[in-house]
Ligand binder design. Structure first.
Ligand code: AMP
Length: 289
């Protein structure tokens, strides 16, 4: 496994791999790798090409200064995880390498970026799109792997890649949970034992929504209300939003169709947590309720 900091070195290594006939798989991360990230590394590995991972805590996507400053950066541990998972190349640039003096261009996907998490994190998805566009231009992968944990991010990045005709497949990978149901996240380390217990209300409420849909619930408003109620009942949990939307356009749904994303964000203490359930290809013929 090779670790590089420079864009020119990434280009060189990727070009050499391509010359060997390899396909390039790319997993962008902010490090502090956990099982969610590992699932993406494995998806990339299973496709059999040359696997590139970026580890970059992107300042442009942080809307809170303290969140950026305190974000965990256990690079040595991350390298060990990548090594174990058979990653070929790690790109761990400095902020100056990614955003040299004089850089001005940003990429935005209006509309999809201001709802849900975007309503609470102004500028966040602009920062995400800009860095992802840059990373895709640097690595030029055939396939880039993103987690469905960040379902809005995935939808926005897919839209961006399609709109900019980027020659890359954006592949969504399933959300990974800890055994207790909590979606794995680099920010979970901030939770005290008590907070973690309270945070479980989020996955419980969403999994109940999933069951309700499986049981025939098709009224999006009723479903959102039920999730909100569950979260309101939970002690020490502050709800930011609950959304029942089309997973590709992020448009609000009135009635649940074939594809639905039920997503929510909460705060527990000082920690912000997101989670969702994503259902595709539902059989909606004649379903009522
Ligand atoms: P991050 O390091 O938080 O920017 O995440 C890097 C990638 O890992 C993103 O595509 C995330 O969606 C994905 N990811 C993070 N947590 C999970 C999870 N619990 N399950 C699946 N993918 C995840």
């Amino acid at each position: 496994m090779i670790v590089v900091e420079r864009i020119s070195e990434v280009r060189e290594r990727v070009r050499a791999a391509r010359e060997q006939g390899e396909r390039i798989g790319f997993v962008p991360t902010m490090g502090a790798l956990h099982e969610g990230h590992v699932s993406l590394l494995r998806a990339a590995g299973a496709d059999g090409g040359y696997v590139v991972v970026s580890v970059f805590v992107n300042p442009a996507q942080f809307d809170e200064k303290t969140d950026l400053e305190t974000y965990p950066r256990p690079l040595e541990d991350d390298l060990a995880v990548c090594e174990r998972e058979g990653v070929d190349l790690i790109f761990a640039p400095t902020p100056e390498e990614m955003y040299p003096d004089g850089s001005k261009t940003t990429v935005r996907v209006p509309g999809m970026s201001e709802t849900m998490c975007g309503a609470f994190r102004p500028g966040h998805f602009g920062g995400v799109c800009t860095v992802v566009a840059k990373l895709l231009a640097i690595v030029q992968p055939d396939v880039a792997y993103f987690g469905e944990k960040d379902a809005q991010q995935l939808a926005v990045v897919r839209r961006m890649a399609a709109d900019l005709n980027l020659p890359v497949e954006i592949r969504g990978c399933p959300l990974i949970r800890d055994p207790d149901g909590l979606a794995t996240s680099s920010r979970n380390v901030y939770l005290s034992e008590g907070e973690r217990r309270r945070a479980l209300a989020l996955s419980r409420a969403l999994l109940e929504a999933k069951d309700a849909i499986a049981g025939g619930e098709r009224d999006a408003g009723r479903l959102a209300d039920a999730v909100c109620r569950r979260l309101a009942e939970a002690e020490g949990v502050e709800t930011e939003y609950v959304a029942v939307v089309d997973p590709d356009t992020l448009d609000d749904l009135a009635t649940i169709g074939e594809n639905v994303l039920v997503a929510a964000a909460i705060r527990v203490g000082r920690t912000r947590l997101i989670d969702n359930v994503l259902l595709r290809d539902l059989d909606v013929r004649g379903a009522g309720g």
